[in-house]
Design a protein around this ligand. Structure first.
Ligand SMILES: Nc1ncnc2c1ncn2[C@@H]1O[C@H](COP(=O)(O)OP(=O)(O)OP(=O)(O)O)[C@@H](O)[C@H]1O
Ligand SMILES: [Mg+2]
Length: 463
């Protein structure tokens, strides 16, 4: 995609010669002969750079500049002025013009100035993107969880992020972190500095979704007063995230398939094929395979999408993450609410671990937020949890066993010996302190230490 330049000058010959020269330089050039026409062009489809003559009929050039900057602050503007009118040029720079060029234009100087201006605006955009990235660090290390389930998801997503794979499907129940994962994939990929555009395919009539995705030409439908670029075009070089892909209509599914296969599409009402380089991440909270079987989702699109599928397990299938996530959100909301970090009581924690979490991580986040608002004693207790969760009595589910016997079995005496050894280790051999750790009296412990031949020294010390 080459840069778009707009030449604004009332003299036909100047417009013509600039258009010729700049087109030869590889730019896409359009021109306008009046301030009004220039503003209309900016409104319709902002160019990357404008060469603006300050002496225009009917309207003051500075006024045009001011309005351009209001309409589209990122457009670079180079001022051309026939008069050695440094005062106006300075005024123009104050209004945000990048530089000014005295007329007659020195073409060599022009080429260099344009290149610098475009580089500067790209750099600015990059810096902006980087600082946004800094503000919203969507990285894999933001995804909390040590369960095997989530670790496998992260490992797979890391590989995908680094790869050239342009199509990814993320499946998982509502609230399992599909958005979070899609953003991490984008921001840890080589595409990180290009746009991440997201849209939910639900909640929108088909025609609107189509024009959001692919853009439209002026006059394509009644409300299409101006031409508009779609997400797929804006995201060029970056990532398009299509949430709730299962809700997309059949017609759009066909158009999306074409984007995935040929990287091209047409704007609504357009006749020109537009080619883009985007990674498409699609997400679905229902089983797409089922939708294919019922005929609601195109088989060919499904096969194209599921080449790389990442399935995030529901929270109830990775309960060991619950405690970690709860603490993570406690820390988050204590920062957010500027409240001291409360202590999560063991009873409350047990209830959280037992609950089924139909709304997954999002529900847990909401529960912790609510609890943080209610608690005021520094302890997060069962009473701070919603009734559904607080009602779960400890007997609803037996607590997980503290020790687990495996199929290889154990020798009970060895278990006993091992625990006695560990108790002595924890207390640096102090039997008086070690005994209560095992629920034993000192004499009972001394008997076992002797029986197992453990730590002669400790025994001597104790005597
Ligand atoms: N593993 C995780 N670590 C930290 N935060 C998480 C994790 N998973 C999800 N979250 C948080 O939970 C909330 C819900 O996650 P997200 O919006 O990504 O879910 P989703 O799968 O896209 O849901 P939906 O299907 O409803 O769109 C967000 O606030 C997100 O930051
Ligand atoms: Mg989502």
């Amino acid at each position: 995609m080459s840069f778009q330049l707009l030449v604004v000058d009332d003299e036909r010959l100047i417009r013509w010669s600039l258009e010729q020269t700049l087109a030869k330089g590889g730019y896409q050039v359009t021109s306008a002969s009046t301030g009004e026409a220039a503003l209309a062009a900016v409104r319709e489809d902002p160019p990357d750079l404008i060469l603006l003559d300050l002496k225009l009929p009917n309207i003051d050039g500075l006024q045009v500049l001011r309005q351009i900057k209001e309409l589209s602050p990122h457009v670079q503007v180079l001022i051309m002025t026939a008069y050695a009118d440094v005062g106006t040029a300075v005024e123009a720079m104050k209004l945000g013009a990048y530089d000014y060029l005295p007329k007659p234009i020195d073409f060599e100087n022009l080429a260099v100035t344009i290149r610098n201006a475009l580089e500067a605006s790209q750099l600015k955009r990059k810096v902006q993107l980087l600082s946004e990235k800094h503000l919203y660090p969507y990285h894999f290390d933001r995804i909390v969880g040590t369960s095997r389930g989530i670790q496998e998801v992260i490992a797979m997503a890391r590989k995908v992020a680094r790869s050239e794979a342009t199509t990814v499907l993320i499946e998982g129940e509502s609230g399992t972190g599909k958005d979070l994962l899609a953003k991490a994939i984008h921001y840890e990929s080589a595409r990180a500095e290009e746009p991440f555009m997201e849209i939910a395919c639900t909640a929108m009539p088909e025609t609107l979704l189509e024009s959001e995705l692919f853009g439209h030409e002026r006059g394509a439908f009644t409300d299409a007063k101006i031409q508009k670029k779609g997400l797929c075009e804006v995201a060029h070089g970056g990532t398009v995230f299509l949430d709730e892909i299962g809700d997309m209509s059949g017609g759009l599914q066909a158009k999306l398939l074409r984007v995935l296969e040929e990287r091209s599409f047409r704007r609504v009402g357009g006749t020109k094929d537009i080619t883009v380089d985007v990674r498409v991440i699609a997400a679905s909270n229902r089983d797409l395979r089922q939708a294919v079987e019922s005929g609601a989702f195109r088989k060919d699109l499904y096969y194209r999408l599921q080449v790389v599928t990442i399935t995030i397990p529901p929270l109830r299938n990775r309960r060991e993450d619950i405690r970690l996530l709860a603490r993570h959100f406690l820390e988050y909301f204590s920062r957010e609410f500027k409240k001291p970090l409360p202590c999560l009581s063991p009873e409350a924690e047990r209830l959280l671990v037992q609950y089924e979490w139909p709304g997954n991580v999002r529900e847990l986040r909401n529960v912790i937020e609510r609890a943080m608002i209610l608690e005021d004693t520094g302890d997060l207790l069962p009473g701070h949890l919603p009734p559904d969760i607080a009602r779960l009595t400890a007997s609803a589910l037996p607590p997980p066993p503290r020790f687990r016997l495996t199929e290889t079995g154990v020798v009970l005496e060895e278990v006993e010996r091992e625990f006695v050894r560990q108790a002595l280790e924890l207390t640096q051999g102090n039997q008086t302190r070690a005994a209560p750790l095992l629920g034993l009296t000192r004499d009972e412990l001394r008997y076992r230490v002797k029986k197992f031949g453990l730590n002669q020294k400790a025994e001597e010390d104790a005597d």
